[in-house]
Design a protein around this ligand. Structure first.
Ligand SMILES: N[C@@H](CCC(=O)N[C@@H](CS)C(=O)NCC(=O)O)C(=O)O
Length: 307
């Protein structure tokens, strides 16, 4: 029997929203495991080996970290309807535009306005995760610049929609819409009045936002975090050992490595390479709660080092 799609997320997570929209486009049925919004995450870390961010996708004993790779894996397993109707790789690049450029502006816009109301333990957690401090004052100071940035990047989207198309690439929604949707969704969930203000100038973007929102999330049922750990323990990974003839650093299956994000939440995850390619690296590791699992990471935006 095929394993269920188990999705570790929480409702307010914008990166999770990308994947939930992908589930909606493909009308998938999935299990939702709601994880904490701050550390500790005692039922997530045994699965990932230290990766603390959300979302994480679990298919049996295969664990996929980062929305970039999760979207790719969903597309691979459930190709119809495609997330890349135009069959190009460019939308993956747009992920970096949304995740780094616009997200930074959205965070400042939101927390510059509500930063004073954020609980102390959340601030401490996010400061530790980013290796700095979480200063409501600094975010407030950044707001004017970030509103300018947010507007400028929204104009790119408005230009794309100018000819009256329904979605980024034409009449079908896809990956580019998913990336472009994340930040307006985030601002809208935290500060609906601000989201409205940021889109007032862009009626076509506003209409597009409602169209993407109407796609929904497919269908889901909750699963407890403990049950997800038990699924991993019962299952065997479906990943196969494969040599990567083009690895620029000559890495090979069996090499012991540590993988970490290159931006924030950089906790290294150690394991042995199972396979790797230009998009992905999969490492084998084990923990008492889950037995042997294979944890998959994207290559773009991640650092692989020998241990
Ligand atoms: N590059 C990651 C970014 C994920 C990310 O920043 N997720 C946020 C939530 S939306 C997070 O994990 N924040 C810290 C936490 O929830 O503990 C991805 O694309 O999945």
């Amino acid at each position: 029997m095929a394993h269920e799609i188990i999705f570790h997320n929480y409702p307010t997570s914008p990166f999770s929203e990308k994947v939930r929209v992908a589930f909606g486009i493909k009308k998938l049925a999935w299990r939702s495991v709601v994880q904490p919004t701050i550390m500790p995450k005692p039922d997530l870390i045994p699965l990932t080996g230290g990766y603390r961010k959300i979302p994480v996708l679990q298919i049996g004993a295969d664990i996929f970290c980062d929305s970039q790779l999760i979207l790719r894996e969903i597309e691979r397993r459930f190709p119809t309807p495609s997330l890349s109707p135009q069959n190009t790789g460019a939308p993956y690049g747009l992920g970096f535009w949304a995740d780094r450029q616009i997200f930074q502006a959205a965070v400042a816009i939101i927390f510059g306005e509500i930063g004073d109301m954020v609980p102390e333990d959340f601030k401490k957690d996010r400061a530790a995760m980013s290796g700095g401090s979480f200063s409501a004052e600094a975010l407030k100071r950044a707001v004017p610049l970030m509103r300018d940035q947010y507007r400028a990047h929204t104009q790119f989207l408005a230009d794309q929609l100018e000819d009256g198309r329904s979605f980024w690439g034409g009449e079908q929604p896809g990956l580019a819409d998913i990336h472009a949707f994340m930040n307006p969704w985030f601002v809208n969930s935290a500060l609906p009045h601000r989201a409205k203000a940021t889109l007032e100038e862009f009626p076509k973007v506003m209409a597009w936002f409602e169209r993407v929102r109407a796609i929904g999330h497919g269908t889901h049922k909750e699963m407890s975090p403990k049950e997800a750990l038990a699924v991993a323990k019962e299952a065997t990974s479906e990943s196969h050992l494969a040599h990567d003839p083009h690895d620029p650093n000559g890495r090979k299956p069996g090499d012991k490595v540590a993988v970490s994000a290159d931006d924030y939440g950089r906790d290294p995850i150690a394991g042995e390479i199972v396979f790797s390619n230009a998009h992905e690296i999969a490492i084998l590791r084990s923990a008492p709660e889950v037995g042997e699992v294979v944890v998959h990471f994207p290559r773009a935006g991640f650092v692989v080092s020998a241990v």
